[in-house]
Design a protein around this ligand. Structure first.
Ligand code: GDD
Ligand code: MN
Length: 406
């Protein structure tokens, strides 16, 4: 819950900030003629962690630009690729064999921007760690200025921000601007962040500050900066620098509706996560949506001529159960998503487990009501017991955790 934002120094102070490198006319010449990355004493001062998923059309140009922007700095780039189908990891590995500044960590059977950044940061010993996108949206010309702030020793975190004088969000659709502003306000209100751009994916952090937070990180979803700042055990000394968010160079954004859900779950984890598991919050939220689906279906079916209440209610129950199963499979258990035959057996087990949950719900509520509890409290207690049962039983029977190595 900690952040203190110092006033930003003007960009011109360090010269290099804001200077956009010019695209090279002979790309491979630049890539091949690179001097060894390590400084003479063998240390790397700055590691740039770059998460990638399907960025084959971008990484070469990014490396070329980093070389130009970081001249005179001892740096390395740690790409973390989640087994992109477009062969990003293979391309990076080929490059790393002849380019000592480049490393690529390939993860298999995994997805996630935040967890990729965390693992990339853990894979380097550099004292300063930057995170940026691979698609050239983040201005690499800002990195020397960020490092200069760090070297002065008073700062733990430098954030590239799109919301201050001299900055901008580029060609964003108004809808994306609104969503970003809403997400920013949510983190400011709920988590007490005073950052201007907590949604930024472009920042530099002192290694010791990262290491102090590492055990508390949620590593969920896209918003690694929010996660880092809130997980810090002590207030971070933050400095913000402006930059203009550019258009994506090649390929497509991975930002989708699930990213919004992941963000809400990150907020839940950072606020009530100490007491309630995030998956249970997600499961309960899906369950509440199921009630809405149920009532809507009931309302529609009751409007049909000749339909009895019992048949309408039965159809609504079935619809809500299937809907809940699908949403939980897509959101709550995205990392363990069932497909093919497993989807069908999962659905059957889900329906069986939730039927027992429904019986427990009615049983507990009736018992309390008989004991003269108010109908509202009896009903809520039934819902609580039913939800916890459904969550526990389906976690055990349907979305079985992969076995851990002891
Ligand atoms: N390893 C890995 N795994 N990398 C991923 C994954 C993943 O599951 N999903 C996305 N990435 C990589 C992309 O390849 C890209 O390099 C970077 O993470 C950001 O993804 P984009 O798809 O380009 O997202 P965006 O541009 O819409 O949003 C980014 O910029 C915003 C503004 O700074 C993100 O960094 C947002 O968090 C940020 O708010
Ligand atoms: Mn991007």
């Amino acid at each position: 819950m900690h952040s203190s934002v110092s006033e930003s120094l003007p960009l011109g102070v360090w010269g290099a900030a804001g200077q956009r490198p010019v695209a090279s006319s002979s790309p491979s010449a630049v890539l091949h003629a690179v001097p060894p990355s390590r400084a003479q004493d063998g240390t790397v001062e700055l590691a740039i962690v770059i998460p990638t998923f399907n960025e084959a059309g971008n990484f070469e140009e990014l490396i070329r630009r980093l070389e130009r922007a970081l001249e005179g700095i001892s740096w390395e780039a740690v790409f973390v690729d989640d087994d992109s189908p477009d062969g990003t990891a293979a391309g990076l590995h080929a490059l790393s064999a002849r380019h000592p500044r480049i490393r690529c960590l390939r993860r298999v059977g995994r997805r996630g921007l935040s967890s990729a950044c965390v693992e990339g940061m853990l894979a380097t010993g550099a004292p300063w760690l930057a995170v940026m996108d691979a698609d050239l949206q983040h201005d690499e010309g800002l990195l020397p200025a960020m490092l200069q702030v760090m070297r002065q020793g008073e700062t733990d975190l430098v954030v590239g921000t799109r919301y201050m004088a001299g900055a901008g969000v580029g060609n964003w659709e108004p809808s994306r601007q609104r969503i970003s502003a809403l997400a920013t306000r949510l983190s400011q209100r709920l988590l007490g962040l005073s950052l201007r751009d907590p949604m930024s994916g472009f920042f530099m952090i002192r290694r010791s500050a990262f290491e102090a937070s590492v055990y508390r990180l949620s590593s969920m979803g896209f918003k690694i900066l929010v996660d880092l700042v809130v997980s810090s055990p002590r207030p971070l000394r933050v400095h913000e620098l402006p930059y203009r968010f550019r258009d994506r160079h090649a390929g497509q954004s991975k930002l989708d509706n699930r990213v919004a859900w992941d963000y809400l779950m990150l907020l839940a984890d950072k606020t009530i996560g100490r007491w309630v598991p995030t998956r249970l919050v997600s499961f309960a939220a899906v369950g509440s949506l199921g009630v809405v689906v149920h009532l809507l279906a009931l309302c529609l079916l009751m409007g049909l001529p000749g339909n009895s209440f019992v048949s309408a209610q039965s159809c609504a129950v079935a619809l809500a159960m299937v809907g809940n199963f699908m949403l939980n499979n897509a959101l709550t258990y995205r990392d363990q998503r069932l497909s093919g035959w497993g989807w069908w057996t999962g659905l059957l087990k889900f329906v069986a487990a939730c039927s027992v949950g429904a019986a427990a719900n009615v049983g507990v509520a009736s018992y309390l009501h008989h004991g003269s509890a108010h109908w509202l409290w009896s009903g809520l207690a039934g819902i609580l017991v039913g939800t916890v049962w459904n969550y526990g039983a389906t976690a055990y029977l349907v979305w079985i955790k992969p076995k851990r190595v002891a």
